[in-house]
Design a binder for this molecule. Structure first.
Ligand code: COA
Length: 153
């Protein structure tokens, strides 16, 4: 199977929303509106196979040193094939090129991120703006089982 990583355009947003909808409904990934995705479209990387989007994630910059892997999803039919790893590794390279120093994630998939070199940190050490911009929108706030992990790059 040939998998290609690309930067999306706004024309991909409908397909991206469809791909992530089940995880959004389950409360695993935070809902983002079409216009929010459009505003931040440059932060996304998509994985394409047979002209279909089979996965994506965004690298969101918080500060001069810190970015976050957000909204990572791989289509159910394509999981455990290395697609998630490909996407996160591409985001890490992007973060290095941008001069960032650390990449954070908040996730229920601790082992997946540990395999990529992320290390768990106490949730209290994540930046306040993350909590107030994002977590507060989540249906699980403030009692959530997500763990925060970070990788120095
Ligand atoms: C988490 C997710 C993105 C992983 O994508 P994937 O393409 O299946 O992962 P990969 O095949 O690249 O896996 C890379 C490694 O992590 C492991 N891994 C993948 N999913 C895992 C999981 N749920 N639990 C533990 N390990 C996992 C793989 O076995 C593989 O290990 P290896 O390198 O030793 O072979 C995918 O399961 C998904 O979309 N889940 C729903 C959304 C979600 O939970 N997103 C997480 C961010 S909040």
């Amino acid at each position: 199977m040939n998998i290609e990583l690309k930067k999306p355009t706004v024309l991909n947003i409908d397909e991206m929303q469809q791909l992530v909808s089940k995880e959004v409904m389950a409360g695993i990934i935070l809902y983002r509106s079409d216009s929010e995705i459009a505003t931040t479209i440059r932060s996304y990387t998509i994985a394409i196979a047979d002209e279909r989007i089979i996965g994506f994630a965004a690298l969101h910059i918080h500060t001069k040193t810190l970015a976050e892997v957000r909204s990572l999803v791989v289509h159910e039919d394509f999981r455990r094939l290395g697609v998630g790893k490909m996407i996160v590794e591409a985001l890490l390279k992007e973060a290095i090129v941008l001069g960032l120093k650390e990449v954070l994630t908040l996730t229920y998939k601790k082992e997946f991120f540990e395999k990529l070199g992320f290390v768990e940190i106490p949730k209290e050490s994540i930046p306040d703006q993350k909590i107030w911009q994002d977590c507060i929108k989540c249906k699980h706030f403030p009692i959530c089982n997500e763990v925060s992990l970070i990788k120095q790059i």
